[in-house]
Design a binder for this molecule. Sequence first.
Ligand code: PLP
Length: 447
Amino acid sequence: MTSSESQTALTELLEAAKRRFIARNPRSAEHQLIAARVMPGGNTRTVLFYEPFPLVMARGEGCRLWDVDDHEYIDFLGEFTAGIYGHSHPIIRQAITAAVDNGLSLASHHVLEARLAGALCERFALERVRFTNSGTEATLMALSLAREITRRPKMMVFEGAYHGSLLNFRGAGRTLNVPFEFVMAPYNDSTQTLELLQRHRSELAAVMVEPMLGSGGCIAASREFLGMLREATEQIGAVLVFDEVMTSRLAPGGLQAVLGIRPDLTTLGKYLGGGSSFGAFGGRAALMDHFDPRRPGALPHAGTFNNNVISLAAGLAGLTQVYTPEQAEALNRRGSELRERLNALCRQARAPLQFTGIGSLLNAHATTGAINAPRDLAAAHHDIEGLLFFDLVEKGIYTARRGFIALSLALGAAELDRLVAAVGEFLEAHESQLTRLSAARDAARAA
Ligand SMILES: Cc1ncc(COP(=O)(O)O)c(C=O)c1O
């Protein structure tokens, strides 16, 4: 088979997989039709949509999900990192029940606020913290604070980063962004980034960076790159913001603790609400205390549900009783081992497929080259990624359509083995197409 014949065969395989998906999931298809009458595309969260239509889940328990057509799945998506505890963990369930029993929406300060704030400050080395409803609000507040304090207009962000629905630097997402003046820099490229930092030095309020691009494909920043950002922002008087909304789970104290780099501000979210809406931003007291309402001229920061008791109770129980530092170490160790096993299979099969990431967060990419920035994904073979997704779904394994995997505490060794076996079967079943396409890529690269 030539490489173009392999491509045609691959496209046909993908189309056949989609036809099987349609046949297996009539109730999800019907739901899509009904929902599309009242919601644009039947959707209220873009990331969940894919063609021909997304699966509709009916319930979850532990690490299992059941869709409306009664198929059972192992949940390897873990609510895009927020579902670290598994579904309805008993400790979190109890904390939510107790909160409901004591009354919701009390329109007052609540004792749980300081307890969760204390746990977050201790865990992530923050001097002060404030809560929001989402990670999006947390990143917006951090940047707005930096702008207010420095009285400078510009924000440095990185190609392919995602900091929320209004701070989206992935492809077409940019058009809806907040109208800040952004300076776009290349991720993991210290030379060019430093040059941009120097060029805009007197106008930059903040540099916001994910220590590992999460939605951007689980691409880790080098320590050298982040260290350079720390040093340079200090020199030019810009606020360094680490967006750890996704990455704080990758070590007991977040990635910043592993790297030994302390940003001025950190943004948090996802699992820290114990499964409910949540976001937080915090860091140096000298910055955060501008929100101290006892101060003359204090900055306002409102939000009806900033202190909603369900998120406070679930978040506190989750962080202090379930995702303890020991559990964080163990889960991320399991994730690293899993990634090594998956990558060993891909190498053995000489397939153009690899799994990037750190610890418990992984992303499948259909390319063989080194991946240090989103640009390196330009050569990825999206049909292979699509085929892998539909193949895994058919085998009862639920991941993100884009190949993202976020492990939860509920996944045991047997479930991880199931994923490894399923990827092994996928590689074996499509060996000839994958090898051909890989060889063609190598030849093109060498030419
Ligand atoms: C790094 C990062 N920042 C911010 C956000 C936004 O968080 P939320 O979806 O809670 O608004 C996300 C969400 O995926 C994220 O991954």
